[in-house]
Each structure stands twice: as structure tokens, then as C-alpha cells.
Design a protein around this ligand. Structure first.
Ligand code: 2RA
Length: 348
């Protein structure tokens, strides 16, 4: 009998991508149950070519469910993933509520699929989209060369901040578009956008870059930067890994990019790194700068792989490799990785 899947948060930005993926990918599911807040109950959504009614989140919706994927805010997952688990489902959670819980595995199937087996709470966590944008490539290099430290700078898309991030970027672009004087005088873009037009960002995003994502933590780090550090350590099983991250928001709708400087326990040439990445599952190498070929968000959005280009050996340190990585933050960065975990469970 094919397993029953519940999609919790089916109407949200990530939920919408999840339904598209369930329609596109090989179908391993029996019943697919769509769940959302009471506000959305009664709507129908299309999945696998069928109209499926949305049910309101309640304990009973998990009865008979084998796997429940959660694409909802932290506080909703914190409350409801344990309910799903208590009713016998495995909860695969895309929020930040359980990622660092020692009794919850944090899983990227290409890197640490086996970790799903050890799940005492019946919950498996999906990493943050910024970690996910780079970790498949970094994990492949770690397996081959032994990772010792990581310096990562992100270029994060507006959709990482949800639908309001997308709406804010488009609204700002409309406001500044066609005004050829803007961006040449300090503060003029901020004035054009207005304080009320900043949306979820602390500074204008149109015609700008903003060195901030998440909330303020000790030492001036942002929560997003600490997620890259803590989650990379947990996924790779390297609790002492040295990680320093800087997270930056850029005026891109979807697809996070990360400039990665990775240092290994042995010298690594660009060619060796390229060979490993070219054969790594889930990675696509696009690296021919002489032909203008490298991944950019605008060129890879809507695709599944982790795209890697600009692969270089450090000129000053033969143990260090630099790369530029792009990953769709709503697909591999969220819905796709969650679904891959669910499919792995369904297959095993
Ligand atoms: C962001 N990574 O891009 C976050 C979303 N989880 O804001």
C-alpha cells in the first residue's frame, strides 16, 4: 500500500511549490491530504492533476497519515509537528523550530540521508534555505577532501523573506524604475521608497544590497549567519567546524547565491574540486568564465540542482578552494529537500 502524505501549509509560498513538485515528480504516494489554517479550509488546490479540498489543521487530520510535511511558521510547527508524530506520522519540518534539537536529525538526502533513522521524537528537520543553497556542494567536497573551515557570503533573494519580501521588491522596483537620477545621491532611494515601503527589509532593496537577514544575536551576528554555522556543523557531523558567514539580501526574486571559501585537510586544485562536484548527485557545474559561463540566479531559478561555478584554488593557500554557488531557495532550499526526505522515508 502506498503511503499517505499530509502537506501542512499547502496554501503558502513553499506549499505552492510543494504541490507543483508533487505533480511533476514520480508519484510514490497514495492519498495526499492538504492541510492549512482554518482560514483556508474549504478551498480546493490542484495536485497531481486533481482538485483536492484543503482541511483545517486539527489533530484528526493526521490519523492514518504516514508522513506529514510542514511548511508553516516556527510556532505552528512547534505546536503541531509533535501532534502529527503522536498520531503516528513522521513529521518532516521545514521551520526553524527543531533544527538544532539534538533529538531531531537535520537532513539533506545527498549529504546525510542515513541520519533519518535516528528520530526519537518522530520529527525530521529540513535546513534553512541559505544553508541548503550551498551544503550539497560543500558536503561533496568534504567527503572527498575533509573540510576544516568555511567562509560563506550569501546573496539572498527577496522570497527568502516570504511573500511580503517578493511583494516589497516588486513594489520598490516599480517605484524606482525609469527614474534615471536615483541611486546617485545618498538616501535618495530610501526617500523614493519611503519608510512604509521597506517591507520586511531594514533598508531599500531596489538598487541596493542589504547586509542583513534574520534577527540580531550576540556579538553582532545575525540569526541567519549563525544558522549557516550551526546547521553546517550538524549536517556534516563536524561540531568543531570553523564557520564565518555574512548574509546579504540582494534585489533578486528567487534563488540564493553563496560565495564559499572552503579550506580542507589536504591541498585541493580547482580541477580536483571540479571533478568531484561534476559527479556529485544534486550538483550541476557551470564553470567556463572564458565563455561567460557561471551560474546566476536569473538563469537557474526554477531548477532543482545546486549550481556551482567560479571554482578556483586560493592563490595563497593550496588547501583552500573558492566557489560561487546558486540554489533555488523555494525548491532545493525548502520544498524539494523536504519532499526528498519524505520520498526517502517512503522508499525505505
Ligand atoms: C531568508 N533564509 O532568506 C531565510 C528564510 N528562511 O530570509
Amino acid at each position: 500500500q502506498r503511503p499517505t502524505l499530509a502537506v501542512v501549509g499547502a496554501t503558502g509560498a513553499v506549499g505552492t511549490v510543494m504541490l507543483a513538485l508533487l505533480t511533476e515528480r514520480p508519484d510514490v504516494w497514495g492519498e495526499i491530504r492538504l492541510v492549512a489554517s482554518a482560514r483556508s479550509a474549504g478551498r480546493t488546490l490542484r495536485v497531481r492533476g486533481e482538485d483536492v479540498p484543503v482541511q483545517a489543521l486539527a489533530p484528526e487530520v493526521f490519523d492514518g497519515v504516514d508522513i506529514a510535511v510542514f511548511d508553516v511558521p516556527d510556532e505552528v510547527s512547534a505546536q503541531w509537528a509533535p501532534v502529527a508524530a503522536a498520531r503516528g506520522a513522521v513529521a518532516v519540518d521545514n521551520s526553524g523550530a527543531f533544527r538544532m534539537d539534538p533529538d531531531v536529525p537535520l537532513v539533506v538526502p545527498e549529504v546525510n540521508a542515513d541520519a533519518v533513522a535516528d528520530r526519537p521524537r518522530g520529527i525530521i528537520a529540513n535546513p534553512n534555505c541559505t544553508t541548503l543553497s550551498m551544503i550539497v556542494a560543500v558536503g561533496a567536497l568534504h567527503r572527498a577532501f575533509g573540510l576544516e573551515s568555511l567562509v560563506a557570503t550569501s546573496y539572498q533573494a527577496a522570497s527568502g523573506a516570504g511573500q511580503s519580501g517578493i511583494d516589497t521588491l516588486y513594489a520598490q522596483l516599480e517605484l524606482v524604475g525609469g527614474t534615471r537620477e536615483l541611486g546617485q545621491t545618498a538616501g535618495d532611494v530610501r526617500k523614493a521608497v519611503g519608510e512604509e515601503g521597506l517591507g520586511p527589509f531594514p533598508a531599500p532593496l531596489a538598487l541596493n544590497v542589504v547586509p542583513w537577514a534574520g534577527s540580531l544575536k550576540d556579538g553582532g551576528w545575525s540569526s541567519e549567519e549563525l544558522k549557516i554555522r550551526n546547521e553546517s556543523r550538524k549536517i556534516l557531523g563536524l561540531p568543531g567546524l570553523r564557520v564565518s558567514a555574512t548574509c546579504v539580501r540582494v534585489p533578486v526574486v528567487t534563488t540564493h547565491a553563496v560565495a564559499v571559501h572552503a579550506r580542507f585537510s589536504q591541498p585541493v586544485t580547482a580541477g580536483q574540486a571540479r571533478d568531484v562536484l561534476a559527479s556529485a548527485p544534486g550538483v550541476a557545474v557551470l564553470d567556463d568564465p572564458s565563455a561567460g559561463e557561471f551560474p546566476t540566479p536569473a538563469d537557474v531559478v526554477g531548477t532543482d540542482p545546486t549550481w556551482v561555478g567560479r571554482i578556483r584554488q586560493s592563490p595563497d593557500d593550496p588547501y583552500e578552494v573558492a566557489l560561487f554557488v546558486c540554489g533555488d531557495n523555494l525548491r532545493k532550499g525548502a520544498a524539494l529537500n523536504t519532499l526528498q526526505i519524505a520520498e526517502f522515508l517512503a522508499g525505505g
